[in-house]
Design a protein around this ligand. Sequence first.
Ligand code: 173
Length: 323
Amino acid sequence: MRFRALALAAAAVISLHAPPASAQEVTLRAIAGFAEQTAYTKGFVAFIERVNASGKGLVKITFIGGPKAMPPFEVGNALKSGVVDMASVTGAFYTNLMPEADAWKLADMPVPELRKSPGFAYMEKLYADKLNAVYLSRQTDKTPFHLYLTKPISKPDLTGLKLRITPVYRDFFAAIGGTVVQTAPGEVYTALERGVVDGYGWPVHGIFDLGWHEKTKYRVDPGFYSVEVSVLVNKATWEKLSDAQRKVLTDAGRWLETEAVDWAKYNAEEVDRQAKSGIETITFSGADAETFRAKATEAGWAGIIRQSPEHGAKLKELFAQKP
Ligand code: 173
């Protein structure tokens, strides 16, 4: 992996010295934090194709690849340092650099509204300051996370269970008694197969893309939080672009944000597909459902504020304000 990072850095240096394809055309190098068969990376590739078509002669994006090219938890570093110019990634993968990014999960607003909210502007500034990045496009909307299990539970209590997590789920699952172990998505299948974990956190959609349905027995309802996957651009790269080049990226970013995928429809299809493949639903209702969701929110904010007291408290206040 270290060798790959070096190879990427070397390629970045070489590309600086290569003659440009045309006087104005700039080539940007893009990486994805999720595997190529996921809806996120498929959407990102569609965005890249759109940029390459509409930006001909102005801007071209080269897609380097997903987690096979770079471990997901290193994408933030690569973007911040400029080893890559652009990334499709979720905040949970770069909390080492910007713990506040994990707070997107707690913004309970549809994306078009969120974009106009005061919390969004505050986050944009944190991206510039902490990740040296420009926030271009939010890929996901209207999507909750869920707890998936290989063993049944009857109440919101994970005592005795070992769960695969990322920072998204850590404080919540621990708050309701779970033992947590962090892994990249690429290690979940093996962890389930070997019985190293009894379950995992993941969005309502996507488990078929990675084959996890084969090892999953239950989905716990209700879901919690909002799934965030976004396209980010290195700030120095962005600042070197002309207005016309930025417009190509911004327009394609808006398309990806609002038109490319109907997430509500995709999610409903995935729930259906899970049921058909034999995954049972464990549904909490009444007080149990309320406890489950309230603990998620409470533990989620407590975790953000613990890691970033000042910005965390501010984001909690701002994400409660609609535009
Ligand atoms: O890996 C994860 O479970 C995770 O944090 C995540 C975040 C956004 C979309 C999909 C997964």
